[in-house]
Design a protein around this ligand. Sequence first.
Ligand code: ADP
Length: 520
Amino acid sequence: MKKPTKKSKETIAKLKAQLDDVSNKLAGEQEKSRQLEHIIASMPGHIYWMDKDGRILGCNDEQARNVGFSSRLDMIGKTIHDFQPKEKADKILANNNEIMSLGLSKVIEETGNLVDGNEKTFLSHKAPLRDEKNNIIGVLGISTDITAHKNNEFTLENIIALMPGHVYWQNKDGVILGCNDEQAKNLGLKSRSYIVGKTIYDLQPKEQANHLQIINYKVIQTGEAQIAEEVSTLANGQTKTFLSQKVPLQSKNGDVIGLVGISVDITARKEMEEALRFAKERAEITNNIKSAFIKNMQHDIRTPLSGLWGMADILERKIKDTTLSDYINNIKLCTTELLNFCDSILDFTNIEHGNQLLLFRKFDNRALIMKIASLEEPAAKSKGLNLILDYPKAVPEILIGDEFRIYRILLNLVSNAIKFTEKGYVKVSVKKLKSDKEKREIIFQFVIKDTGIGIPKDKQTYIFEKFSRLSPSNRVKYKGLGLGLRIVKEFVNDLNGDIKVSSKVKVGSAFICTIPFKLP
Ligand code: ADP
């Protein structure tokens, strides 16, 4: 045997290397194709590819399992007719033929039977299957089960049938053409279709039918929607109240051809409203009795108190002894306090009941302020406070307005200013903000300023609420109901005015009231 030359050795080694390379590549390709097969096999939905005669060339596991094969390999070579009833198989083949002859992919709805005999609807995406030379050799498809979606009850008819409340429609002669399930059930009908052809007189007592007819007639005649409360009797004999909304049904050319209505049972709500109304009436009666009692009591307390104040005033003027005069002055202060207390309660009950009538009359504004000053002067004096009035001559005095409200507003503000000030002064200023001579209108600004304890910024809105008092220590030191500013605010609003407060703790407060008046 001839000994291999060095060259032939090299050639053999080269060939061997090439062989290894090819076999490695082959192994890689095989691995890839195994992976691909595995992916296709486990994909969801039905995946298949078949030849021109409907013979299966391959499929995924789900497809094989669903038509009764234990593995996808068992399915290869079977035709559609082997696992589908003839009619369905023929249809599927016809679909395949269409795709192959068109050479285009298509989405088709197809039906097929599963191994358990259940018929299913599929949405099939099918495309022509081609060989390497691009010749069509069959069909490739992916089918998704859409049976649940197809059987879905979300059709317009079903939605209307299942709607809550009573839904119904009728022609313009009052012949009912349809309704929802709840309406049919409540009328004791076997199904919705039993209502067709009936009129309201077949379903309701005559009197109620007459009433229902009036509203239906109105919708047909006017062509406008109507909302009404209606009473109907149900099959179980119960009478219910409904809130009905009815709209005209129009033909294409705009003629009213009937109506459609929705009626919602509001019986429970009506009963609740009735119970509430009854409770409210009772509460009002009780409240009125309470108010009358407070008014009487206030009158009964106020009369002797006024007498007491009057007598103390006479005594004060007659007695020369300063100590005794001081005592009497104290009696007057206490009596005034009690009188103010009574007045606040009366004002408040009047506001709560809307009893305080607005009365616009001519009055002397300067005289009114002087009266308040003289009433409050003793209190200011006893605390050593200066009560200053600033009513410039040029500011009109005779005005038309609700004197009572102005009096109560200013009295409350001035007495508060004195109450919450320990030293310094309380000043009442009156200013004309603007006037319109033609309309005989004038806007006044009243400022009640003090050098008292002040009000923290975050409490300056709160103090206008009823029964609002600031600190507990105030409660001990300064008497009061927490009603004064609430009354002031209500009265200012009644007069279309405005009230603001500007205050600094331990420096003082200013209540600024802007109120419009008429000039006589
Ligand atoms: P009352 O004076 O009866 O307590 P008001 O409604 O008149 O009730 O006032 C509510 C609260 O507002 C008072 O308790 C007080 O704390 C505060 N307040 C009112 N006016 C003044 C003022 N001029 N200076 C300081 N605090 C005031």
